[in-house]
Ligand binder design. Structure first.
Ligand SMILES: [Zn+2]
Ligand SMILES: [Zn+2]
Length: 346
């Protein structure tokens, strides 16, 4: 496809890294509507390769600057956008017919000009409504590539109002779960992570977890009570299963907060035992969708470099090897954490 020349208020970025997300596999499998033909990839970072003069002035950007672009393209005019919850933008999209806002790499078909709406590509088109963040020049690309999942984690702890001294349980030691541990720890919380894969629980210890507990051979509730001297103030579910959602409600104290970040897929309905689980304990159940408001805090965390972020990037492939990259994730090998594609070389 031709590389577009940006108009006055647009830019084009040269994609240096794009994370392969489980969402991309669901997209290919047809679980998320039918936006095809599509350029997927929503976890991209890169450098400005061309920019219109007014856009450069307004955004304070120049060719060569390192940037992260948010996948959400909000209308900025509806009530939800104005209150800052632009992940809930109410402007249904006319072009795609979707009852939700446009998202780069997810739901804008390639047939909509200029076509380069996703990160699995050497170049990405950035329209005027996009939210673009400048990245520090010296932040390594492999670390910068974690900004979107870390922004998801940052939103989750903001939704859960995690603060200093809170006792936090994270369920699910995937990349999002581990980055959620890091964000919660940075906010001053004590954090415990629960999961089934031993090596991932161990990785979480290097990202600020005070304990990583296996659900295979422990009773979660007694471990939490023992370690925290009671139930958790906040439980963040990052496993994406109805079982994990139910467990989250059991591990939180009266009046505590449960944050749900994992997608459980079509047809999954989480049921709770009884009123005792929710009503009589006044638990706040707080779904956290995507990364709105999370990029600023995430970039600050990466800059602070408190944790060994680069360690999470376990596999990198050139763009041509995308099938191999998907295979690595589907194979669920022990050592897989974050898989990146490098569309324009190292
Ligand atoms: Zn993702
Ligand atoms: Zn809106």
């Amino acid at each position: 496809m031709p590389v577009p020349a940006p108009a006055a208020d647009e830019l084009v970025i040269r994609v240096r890294r794009v994370g392969v997300c489980a969402t991309d596999l669901h997209l290919l499998a047809g679980h998320i509507g039918d936006p095809f033909p599509l350029v997927p990839g929503h976890e991209f970072v890169g450098e400005v390769s061309a920019i219109g003069d007014p856009a450069a002035l307004e955004r304070g950007l120049a060719v060569g600057d390192h940037v992260a672009v948010e996948m959400l393209l909000p209308c900025r005019r509806c009530p939800r956008c104005i209150e800052g919850r632009y992940n809930l933008c109410e402007q249904d999209d006319m072009m795609t017919g979707l009852a939700r806002g446009r998202e780069l790499g997810i739901n804008i078909p390639r047939t909509v000009a200029p076509g380069l709406w996703g990160g699995y590509s050497e170049y990405l088109f950035v329209p005027p409504e996009a939210i673009v963040h400048r990245l520090p020049d010296d932040l390594p690309w492999d670390v910068a590539a974690l900004v979107e999942p870390l922004a998801v984690a940052s939103r989750a702890i903001a939704r859960g109002r995690v603060g200093a001294g809170d006792r936090v349980v994270v369920i699910g030691p995937g990349p999002i779960g581990i980055l959620t541990v890091a964000a919660a720890r940075s906010a001053g919380a004590s954090v415990m992570i629960l999961g089934t894969r031993a090596n991932r629980l161990e990785t979480a210890l290097r990202f600020g977890a005070d304990a990583g507990v296996s659900l295979v051979d422990h009773d979660a509730e007694s471990v939490v009570r023992e370690r925290f001297g009671g139930l958790a103030d906040v439980v963040i579910e990052a496993a994406g299963s109805p079982d994990a959602q139910r467990l989250a409600a059991l591990l939180v104290r009266r009046g505590g907060r449960v944050v749900l970040t994992g997608a459980c897929g079509a047809g999954a309905i989480t049921s709770f035992r009884s009123d005792e689980d929710l009503l009589t304990r006044e638990i706040d159940i707080l779904p956290s969708f995507l990364s709105a408001g999370g990029f600023g805090p995430a970039i600050a965390l990466l800059e602070r470099g408190e944790f060994p972020y680069a360690e999470l990037v376990t596999h990198s492939f050139p763009l041509e090897a995308v099938a191999e990259a998907f295979g690595v994730i589907e194979g669920r090998a022990e050592d897989v954490m974050k898989v990146l594609l490098l569309p324009t070389g190292p």
